[in-house]
Structure formats: C-alpha cells, structure tokens
Design a protein around this ligand. Structure first.
Ligand code: C2E
Ligand code: CA
Ligand code: CA
Ligand code: CA
Length: 274
C-alpha cells in the first residue's frame, strides 16, 4: 500500500538526521524480511551440569539482510517492537523453532524468546498452541523465555497468558535475571519453571560479589521449585564455579556458539558431550 511507502515520509526528510533516516530504511526492510525469507534461526545448546548432557537449545533470530549482511538481533528487535512487527516475526520464530525441534531427540527442548510486546496480545497462547500442533511438538518440549520487562506495570494480560501457556504444559523461563527491575515478589506471582542468570554475573564469577549473588539465586530457585541456567559461560573456571554453586544448566561459547539448524543436528549423539 502507498501508505507504507517512502513517499509518505518525504516531507520530514530534510529535518531528519542520518540515524533517523537509517532507522526508517531498516524499518521498511524489516517489513519485507519475513515475506522474502531473510530470517533464520540459530540454535545454542543448554547443558545440564550433572551429566553434561544437552537438555535443550535456545532459538536465536538472525536476519540476513540483502545488502548489510547479518544484522544482530539487538539492532532490529527494538525496532520491530516499536512498530508492532514483532508479533508477526515472533509468530514466525515460534512456528519455525517448533517445526525444527520436532526433528530432535524427544528429550531435547526448544527455548524461544518472547518479547514483552507479544505478551500484550491476548491471542498469543492460541498462536503458540497452533504452532505446536502444526509441528506435532509436545507442549512440554517448548520453553518460552521472557524478560523482567514483562513484569512491571500493568501485567494482568501477560500474567493471564503465561498461566494459559503453563496450563498447556509449556515451560516458562525468566531471562536475563538480575539486569532489570528486580523485585522478588513477582517470582511468586508468575509461573516460572526456570531462572536464567545473566551473563554479567557469570563473567565476574569469583572476582567479586557475583558468586554470592549466583548462590542466592540458586537457593531462591530451589526453594520455589525452579531450575537455574547460567548464561554466557565461556571458561572452564566459570563452569567449575557454577557447578559448585549448584546451577542446574549452563549455556555459552565454552560449549557451543549458536549454530544453524543443520549443524546443530550433528551434535545429537548419545552420551556426554563435554
Ligand atoms: P538473550 O536471550 O539473552 O540471548 C543470549 C545472547 O547471548 C545471544 O545473543 C547469544 O548469542 C549470546 N551468547 C551466548 N553464549 C554467549 C557467551 O558465551 N558469551 C557471550 N558474550 N555471548 C553469548 P544474540 O543471538 O545476539 O541475541 C541477543 C538478544 O536478542 C537475545 O538475548 C534476545 O534478547 C534477543 N533475541 C534473539 N532472538 C530473539 C527472538 O527470536 N525473539 C526475541 N523477542 N528476541 C530475540
Ligand atoms: Ca534468551
Ligand atoms: Ca539471556
Ligand atoms: Ca540478554
């Protein structure tokens, strides 16, 4: 439609600085990215600490832009959120991730990031149910990751959606724990199965108060029947410290960077992999 075209904005262009122009261009490109098949998902393994066995993989979105090459998610997801396109993109991510996971061994889950904007849409649970049934994937094999941003303000819709998903058997993980507007009260109100401990605590482990923080999070999780995943594990020393602190799972470059679906499938061999 013409309303979506460049001409609509011409009047404002002289006043626009370079970054605003660039943002507008990227926004127009983003609208085409789904229909033109420019998105792909990479998958990063999550490993259980006890036996070093893969328990799941997180789907991470990649945009192969025709001129710019790979655009990192943090460069376009905020834009997709501002424009509402995240709902359509998020639905594509959910369907694609569920369809891929249906090819994996049945004890491997798939974790999908869900934006706070998606959790404002009352039809989200229906969309997820539809993605699961189209893929033939059991709801127990899907884990959605949400950030603390969901938990602030008027969260009745989000809370209701999360309860619906949880009742279906979908697992809920709280992502980037400790980086947002932390209040422990929401851990009681929301149906979380897992806390993902942000990379900033993992990278400093041993050096400062981070290990005490990790230890506290592990205790809180255990007391509330939640597991913990340490994010961004890059060194053997971090792995050792996190295991001693009682984390359930780890994820990070030490074991594997996110990989395209075809490469990930090669990792599915029986037995310990680290
Ligand atoms: P996140 O959910 O916290 O994902 C983890 C990020 O850390 C990923 O960055 C991953 O590639 C990176 N990472 C993993 N292991 C390591 C490590 O050992 N060291 C370091 N330095 N980094 C590591 P990525 O793929 O660039 O994604 C960035 C963020 O974009 C994600 O953070 C998530 O918030 C968002 N995102 C990615 N895919 C999606 C999506 O499909 N939907 C939504 N709504 N957000 C997404
Ligand atoms: Ca995540
Ligand atoms: Ca995270
Ligand atoms: Ca993050």
């Amino acid at each position: 439609a013409k309303a979506d075209g460049r001409h609509t904005f011409r009047f404002f262009e002289p006043a626009m600085d370079e970054s605003a122009r660039e943002r507008l261009q990227l926004q127009q490109d983003l609208r085409r990215a789904i229909t033109e098949g420019q998105f792909e998902l990479h998958y990063q393994p999550l490993l259980g600490f006890r036996e070093n066995i893969m328990t799941g993989c997180e789907a991470l979105l990649r945009w192969r832009h025709p001129e710019r090459g790979m655009v990192p998610p943090l460069d376009f997801i905020p834009l997709a959120e501002d424009t509402g396109l995240i709902n359509e993109i998020g639905d594509w991510v959910m369907r694609t991730a569920c369809a891929e996971a249906a090819h994996w061994p049945s004890d491997i889950r798939v974790a999908v990031n869900v934006s706070p904007i998606q959790l404002k849409s009352p039809t989200l649970a229906l969309h997820v149910a539809s993605a699961l049934s189209a893929a033939g994937l059991a709801p127990e094999r899907l884990e959605i990751e949400i950030t603390e941003a969901v938990l602030i303000g008027d969260d009745d819709v989000a809370l209701d959606i999360l309860h619906q998903l949880h009742a279906m058997g979908v697992r809920i993980a709280l992502d980037d724990f400790g980086t947002g507007y932390s209040s422990l009260s929401y851990l009681k109100r929301f149906p979380f199965d897992k806390i993902k401990i942000d990379r900033c605590f993992v990278s400093d482990i041993g050096a400062d108060s981070s290990s005490a923080i990790v230890q506290a999070v592990v205790s809180i999780a255990a007391a509330s029947n939640m597991t913990t995943t340490a994010e961004g594990v890059e060194t053997g020393a971090q792995q050792t410290a996190l295991r001693q602190l009682g984390c359930t799972e780890m994820q990070g470059y030490l074991f594997s960077a996110p990989k395209p679906a075809a490469e990930l499938r090669k990792l599915f061999a029986p037995g310990p992999i680290v």
